[in-house]
Design a protein around this ligand. Structure first.
Ligand SMILES: Cc1cc2nc3c(=O)[nH]c(=O)nc-3n(C[C@H](O)[C@H](O)[C@H](O)COP(=O)(O)OP(=O)(O)OC[C@H]3O[C@@H](n4cnc5c(N)ncnc54)[C@H](O)[C@@H]3O)c2cc1C
Length: 413
């Protein structure tokens, strides 16, 4: 049996970034992916490096908005009745994470991971020949009323305290930043430090190509179990094939907890399902990403089209997709962006891998230090991919992690 230094489970943006970072430290790496690279959430996301998004979703603000949102079955937040019982323990933990003292801790931890991820990003893109895919078009968050704008101010104050650059803009400047925005949006906040990638699927595929070009191997298999063995780890596939390595990195997105459970660990990973429609590139002359915060969706400009999407559906991994959610957001986008052409779109649903406190799990398994977890990045997996890769490589090579990873401990629940 050939044995690599490292097996990475999952060829999404997290697994591939970690694999490349490990490879760059001189380790031999095999990635095992059950479908193909970029088969999961990393393909269809909004493509944003949302470095300014340091406030956890689990916060008092969401608790205020949630009751209204939940009343609309196609609104920004939904819990399908068929999944309500299963998700209840996760929601309870989410609610506990909304306590102000915990929010402050999560924000501080998130900020450190964001700063690391931002610092690592451009060197990583240069290393993987993907720098030309980076865009620095910013994000415009828009508000429909003075009350909505004022409700956002405490969050902006927290961001200011963490050194994040932004400016509040009135109708005239908004129209200059983004012509065609409906007049119902009277105020906005522009964050120039919000970057994006030309297309998240093409980016993830480019990472796979780079990894292979440096001798990396991507094998197709579904890993059903991990086992600690003398001097390393064994990964068992559903077809019975066993692979051995010195270390394993579990980066299987929203499915990671299933594999972690085979090591005896129960991690409260759930999925926040998200939806979108990607329209042809000429559907609208988009100048910046636009966040319609009160409606829970964004409109993003990709090299491959205009993507309209977002929403959170706490519906687990098995229920069929409800693409009426994609349609509902597209209908709103039509009303909000004058001249948007809604024809010719492709709908998509993806599984955000989410932990209740809105922070990822980055750290060693309880059962063995040779398994490293890297999952649960929720809404921010692309954003935090380069920082996570750096931390995983530090752990694989026995170095002190670049930042304190205690807040991301997989055992914190
Ligand atoms: C609508 C939407 C919009 C989003 N927008 C953004 C955004 O703008 N910016 C941002 O930063 N994030 C965004 N996200 C979140 C982001 O997409 C995710 O956090 C990120 O893609 C997670 O990456 P991952 O590699 O952990 O998981 P995935 O991309 O899901 O990859 C996991 C891989 O593991 C494989 N796998 C699973 N189980 C096994 C197994 N047992 N054996 C082998 N392989 C396995 C899967 O097939 C998959 O390829 C968005 C998500 C959604 C749904």
């Amino acid at each position: 049996m050939t044995r690599s230094d490292v097996i990475v489970i999952g060829a999404g943006v997290i697994g591939l970034s970690a694999a490349i970072a490990a490879q760059a430290r001189g380790l031999t790496v095999v990635v095992v992916e059950r479908e193909e690279p970029a088969a999961g959430a990393s393909a269809g996301n909004a493509g944003a490096f949302a470095f300014t998004d340091i406030l956890p979703l689990a916060s008092p603000g969401i608790l205020k908005k949630a009751p209204k949102w939940l009343l609309d079955p196609l609104g920004p937040l939904s819990v399908p009745p068929a999944y309500a019982l299963q998700i209840a323990p996760w929601m309870f933990r989410f609610w506990r994470a909304c306590q102000p003292s915990r929010v402050a801790q999560s924000t501080a931890a998130q900020t450190r991971l964001m700063d690391l991820s931002k610092a690592e990003l451009e060197p990583f893109l240069a290393q993987t020949d993907t720098l030309s895919m980076l865009r620095k078009d910013g994000n415009l968050q828009v508000y429909e009323s003075d009350a909505e704008f004022r409700a956002s101010l405490p969050g902006w104050e927290v961001r200011r305290n963490h050194g994040i650059e932004f400016r509040h803009v009135k109708a005239e400047e908004m129209a200059a930043l983004q012509p065609g925005l409906a007049a119902r949006f009277i105020l906005g906040t522009f964050t120039p430090g919000w970057y994006s990638i030309a297309d998240p699927k093409l980016y993830t595929l480019a990472l796979a190509q780079h990894f292979r070009s440096r001798g990396g191997v991507i094998e197709t298999a579904e890993i059903s179990a991990l086992r600690a063995i003398s001097g390393g780890v064994e990964a068992v596939a559903t077809n019975g094939k066993v692979r051995q390595a010195g270390k394993a990195v579990l980066a299987a997105g929203a499915f990671s907890h299933r594999v972690a459970r085979t090591l005896g660990e129960r991690i409260p990973l759930e999925t926040e399902r998200g939806y979108n429609t990607t329209l042809p590139a000429d559907a609208f002359d988009l100048r910046t990403q636009i966040t319609f915060g009160g409606h829970g969706f964004v409109v993003s400009k990709l090299s491959t089209g205009i993507r309209v999407g977002g929403a959170v559906e706490l519906g687990g991994l098995a229920l069929p997709a409800n693409f009426r959610r994609s349609e509902a957001m597209l209908q709103k986008a039509r009303a909000f962006l004058t001249g948007l052409k809604p024809e010719g779109g492709v709908q998509w649903m993806g599984f955000r891998p989410s932990l209740p406190d809105s922070l990822p799990a980055i750290g060693r398994a309880r059962a063995t230090p040779d398994v490293i977890y890297a999952f649960g990045h929720g809404h921010l997996g692309l954003t935090q991919s380069a920082g996570t890769a750096r931390l995983v490589a530090d752990l694989l090579t026995g170095q002190d992690p670049a930042i304190d990873i205690a807040p991301f401990s997989p055992q914190r629940f």
